[in-house]
Design a protein around this ligand. Structure first.
Ligand SMILES: *Cc1c(COP(=O)(O)O)cnc(C)c1O
Length: 299
């Protein structure tokens, strides 16, 4: 599953002898977006192998992962159940409207209950209540997701020095790092506060996947803009002008923050002359409709 590489041109980096490409994982599938498809691939195979007829997973009301699981269930003939954090709001937002139209059954739980989403006792209870579904964790991140994300880097047909990726739970970054086996430099851009916690999480995900420990990566923690799904006017301005200049659609939760950070690092001289950089577009564009509806803004 090779996705296109799009080279981006700008005086800002070309004057510094830097070349930049975007790996368009957002084009991987029309509705199972970007890294969520990579993370689901081996989970779907495992669910079939174990003869489950239902997928159950967790997410917030605007979750890219919820939308992706709903679409995957429809395409690969699983029933799907979404355990949604918080109360039901009607009319449904665009993400949940899409999920239900793809056949997903939604169950809302309180924020307190949601905190138990990884507890074995709670999962056993859900397994009984929903008749033995295949349970996928929040954000889709587990060892099979890490395996799927190693494939983001297996067929990049150019030589490069750095690869950049936005990070939430860290599953995608763990897969990229594990797939590169110590080669290249990997930069992760957390979309949430709390980079130190994420570092440990990623180390554990890699270790569980292939027993490896690598030191060719680090987290750039300065571009979360206040936390998950928090946005600031300068981020929106950046996204609008970047999209126009490069004909590249972005969203403000992950990819917009990563590109903002990447451009800022280039400007500040972080990358040596001659650097060749690949930035991964992890998708997530389905979330823009919800942002526009909620905030009354256009991107
Ligand atoms: C979910 C998501 C991420 C975060 O991926 P993790 O594996 O959880 O780190 C990044 N970008 C987009 C667009 C996403 O939807």
């Amino acid at each position: 599953m090779e996705t296109p590489l799009q080279q981006l041109h700008s005086k800002l980096w070309e004057d510094r002898g830097i070349a930049l490409w975007v790996k368009r994982e957002d084009l991987l599938h029309p509705t199972i977006s970007g890294n969520k498809w990579r993370k689901l691939k081996y989970n779907l195979q495992e669910a079939k192998r174990l003869q489950h007829d239902t997928l159950l997973t967790f997410g917030g009301a605007y979750s890219n992962h919820i939308a992706a699981v709903a679409a995957a269930g429809q395409e690969f003939s699983f029933k799907t159940i979404g355990i949604i954090r918080g109360e039901e709001h009607l009319p449904l937002n665009p993400t949940l409207r899409f999920a239900t139209s793809a056949g997903m059954a939604l169950h809302y739980i309180s924020r307190e209950a949601y905190r138990q989403k990884s507890e074995p006792v709670y999962l056993a209870q859900l397994a009984e209540q929903f008749r033995n579904p295949y349970i996928i964790p929040e954000g889709g991140t587990n060892a099979l997701a890490v395996k799927g994300c190693t494939e983001i880097v297996t067929d990049i047909p150019i030589d490069y020095d750095y690869i950049c990726c936005a990070s939430g739970t860290g599953g995608t970054l763990a897969g990229i790092i594990a797939g590169l086996e110590g080669n290249k430099q990997v930069l992760g851009f957390p979309a949430l506060k709390g980079g130190e916690f994420l570092k440990e999480e990623i180390e554990q995900l890699i270790h569980r996947y292939n027993g490896g420990r690598y030191d060719n990566w680090h987290l750039i923690t300065d571009y979360h803009f206040g936390g998950y799904a928090k946005i600031k006017p300068e981020l929106l301005d950046f996204i609008r002008s970047f999209q126009q200049e490069h004909q590249l659609p972005l969203e403000p939760v992950y990819t917009g923050k990563m590109f903002y950070g990447l451009v800022d690092l280039i400007r500040s001289g972080y990358f040596p002359k001659g650097s060749r950089i690949v930035a991964v577009h992890t998708g997530g564009l389905q979330g823009n409709a919800g942002f526009q509806e909620r905030l009354g803004i256009a991107l």
